[in-house]
Design a protein around this ligand. Structure first.
Ligand SMILES: Nc1ncnc2c1ncn2[C@@H]1O[C@H](COP(=O)(O)OP(=O)(O)O)[C@@H](O)[C@H]1O
Ligand SMILES: [Mg+2]
Length: 237
């Protein structure tokens, strides 16, 4: 079975790229040949040479520029809408088999493949499939990212159920404090870990993208990274 992880979310804007790029940095720095893929991205602004993938550029930077942007990002869409709708507006039809091929292109047997979908787990990704369908074809363990806010419990339990009902492995749940939690009586980590019966990885809100943010992310994600690569040398993380 291929090594890697499929990063999905309960929604858009929950921190999939935030967490995914931190994992890529962590794995790259520990010597793992990690191949990030963000095959479909909507909301790409126009640049001099065409559309510019924002998430793709973040992943490219996370590899230290080692992984070519063209390998990371394949289907670029202008409208900040669901990819299916954004593609229709551009008069292109993206098929699931092409997305799968883009994910696997350039990935060697021992590489670690990290794929970020678009939107939430049940969001349409192509004309013929959901993010969930890409997850099924790839068969990778799934990392579920959820925003730490009111409503997170339902969204996380419903999405976790959608993942496991498809026979996929839920590799972990990251509860990400995208915006600071205002009510200190809320404890989604404790509640989710009880209802899911598994430990939750809590990532605090980290203003800025400086070294202290990167260090905090590394600390929070190192256990998960180690489990995901299983057997690789993570001592340097
Ligand atoms: N823990 C965090 N602390 C501070 N900002 C965050 C955190 N997680 C996410 N963000 C910010 O929230 C926004 C949405 O995150 P992003 O990773 O792009 O979400 P997604 O990939 O799920 O759409 C981005 O601007 C990102 O920088
Ligand atoms: Mg993203």
């Amino acid at each position: 079975m291929r090594r890697g992880v499929f990063i999905t979310g309960t929604d858009t804007g929950v921190g999939k790229t935030w967490i995914g790029t931190a994992l890529v940095r962590l794995l790259s720095r520990s010597g793992v040949a990690v191949r990030p893929r963000k095959p479909v991205e909507s909301g790409c602004p126009d640049g001099n040479d065409g559309l510019i993938p924002q998430d793709g550029a973040d992943y490219h930077a996370a590899t230290g520029g080692g992984e070519p942007l063209g390998q990371i990002s394949r289907f670029l869409l202008r409208a900040a809408l669901s990819p299916e709708r954004a593609a229709a507006l551009q008069d292109v039809e993206i098929r699931m088999e092409d997305v799968v091929a883009a994910c696997l292109d350039g990935v060697q047997e021992n590489d670690f493949l990290l794929v970020e979908g678009a939107g939430g787990f049940c969001s349409p990704l192509t004309a013929d499939g959901l993010n969930a369908d890409l997850g099924m074809v790839l068969g990778l363990p799934v990392l579920l990212v959820t925003a730490d806010r009111l409503g997170a419990i339902h969204q996380t339990l419903a999405t976790a159920e959608a993942i496991t009902r498809r026979g996929l492995t839920l590799a972990g749940v990251v509860l990400n404090e995208v915006t600071p939690v205002q009510d200190s009586r809320m404890d989604n980590a404790a509640d989710l870990s009880r209802w899911l019966g598994q430990e939750i990885i809590s990532i605090r809100h980290c203003p800025g993208r400086g070294i202290s943010t990167l260090n905090r992310l590394s600390t929070g994600l190192s256990g998960l990274a180690g489990r995901l690569v299983e057997g690789s040398n993570m001592k340097d993380v």
